[in-house]
Design a protein around this ligand. Structure first.
Ligand code: TYM
Length: 328
């Protein structure tokens, strides 16, 4: 099994990223050949500051390493270091339907938020994402629930390529955590936790200190009534149950049973405590990792070499199938 996933270096990584994706990456490193990529090229599709992008890239790299990504067991690299991604994105754009791209929720959300320029890059973002995965013939893509539509599109792109040019690419499948694939904003539990669309008080960052995490959970929006159960009319409490179940590795029923007699305030404190405890080892390792940028660069470069060794021969096959580029 070959596993591939990517994460953006923009903004600050939050509890949704951590539970929905980063914990899955760490888990999957022992399930097969895992390849993880920080997608700096994707980050250029919205307005950004180039110096800041480099800083955030190191932040993200240090968080992933602190969370347990082990460069000895997984290939860990920066997207922009491996040129095959960009080339394949261009080639795949010829087998991508304009109409499909036009239906992508993320484009609709993000393009509306861009005041000065809704870029073509933002529109073709999912093609680059397909190239990320297909360049490695990966079969498994661990992601959060919000990436489902993008994963479906990359499957269509691979199938269309194979149908038109012959069996060349592997059709990947998305894997989503049963618990924690969609963590919601603590202030607005109808929307997902996110650095761009969410509220500051409702977004718990991986690097928030214990007091901040406790405060955010204390102020989390709850629902009417007093029961601690997962129900559609209780989105606030349901989200807290999901977070507690995810960070402690327990089932929903277990959490509901254990807190059946708790008051909302005590329950929120218990969730905060579990999150603080879960993130503590990440905090402990982060500072030393982040402080050593040359070491981070080394890890990413070594990862890029390993990545290129897999992607380059795939691109040879793709060029040959499409009849472009050097002959041979
Ligand atoms: P990004 O950087 O926005 O998010 C990284 C991962 O975090 C997950 N996630 C969540 N999971 C649960 N609850 C939430 N509230 C939440 N918010 C985010 C995302 O689903 C994602 O798995 N397009 C991708 C990056 C990418 C990629 C790829 C992923 C580029 N190429 C190839 C997989 C394969 C993205 O923007 O992720």
């Amino acid at each position: 099994m070959r596993i591939f996933s990517g994460i953006q270096p923009t903004g600050r990584k939050h509890l949704g990223n951590f539970i929905g994706a980063i914990e899955q990456y760490v888990h999957h490193q022992d399930q097969g050949e895992a390849i993880y990529c920080i997608v700096d090229l994707h980050a250029t599709t919205v307005r950004y500051d180039p110096t800041e992008l480099r800083e955030r890239l190191y932040d993200t790299a240090a968080i992933l390493l602190a969370a347990g990504i082990d460069p000895a067991r997984a290939i860990f690299f920066r997207q922009g270091d491996v040129l095959e991604h960009s080339e394949l994105a261009w080639l795949l754009s010829s087998v991508t339907a304009f109409g499909d791209l036009n239906r992508m929720h993320q484009f609709k959300e993000k393009s509306g938020a861009q005041r000065d320029l809704a870029s073509a890059g933002l529109f073709t973002y999912p093609v680059l994402m397909a190239a990320d995965v297909l360049a490695y013939r990966a079969d498994t893509v661990p992601v959060g629930d919000d990436q489902r539509q993008h994963v479906e599109l990359m499957r269509d792109i691979a199938q269309r390529f194979n149908a038109r040019f012959g069996e060349t690419l592997v059709v990947p499948r998305g894997v989503y955590r049963e618990i924690g694939a969609r963590i919601m904003d603590l202030q607005e539990p109808a929307r997902k936790m996110s650095t761009t669309g969410g509220t500051e008080q409702g977004t718990v960052y991986v690097l928030d200190d214990a007091a901040t995490i406790e405060r955010k959970f204390k102020r989390a929006v709850t629902d009417s009534g007093a029961e601690i159960v997962r129900r559609p009319d209780k989105p606030g409490i349901s989200n807290l149950i999901e977070i507690l179940a995810a960070v402690t590795g327990r089932s929903f029923e277990d959490v509901e049973r254990a807190h059946a007699a708790s008051r909302y305030g005590d329950f929120k404190a218990a969730v905060a405590e579990a999150v603080v405890e879960r993130l503590q080892p990440v905090h402990e390792r982060y500072d030393a990792l982040r402080a050593d940028e040359p070491a981070l660069e080394r890890v990413l470069r070594e990862g890029a070499e390993k990545a290129r060794a897999i992607a380059a021969p795939v691109l040879v096959d793709v060029r040959r199938a499409m009849g472009v580029g050097p002959v041979g």
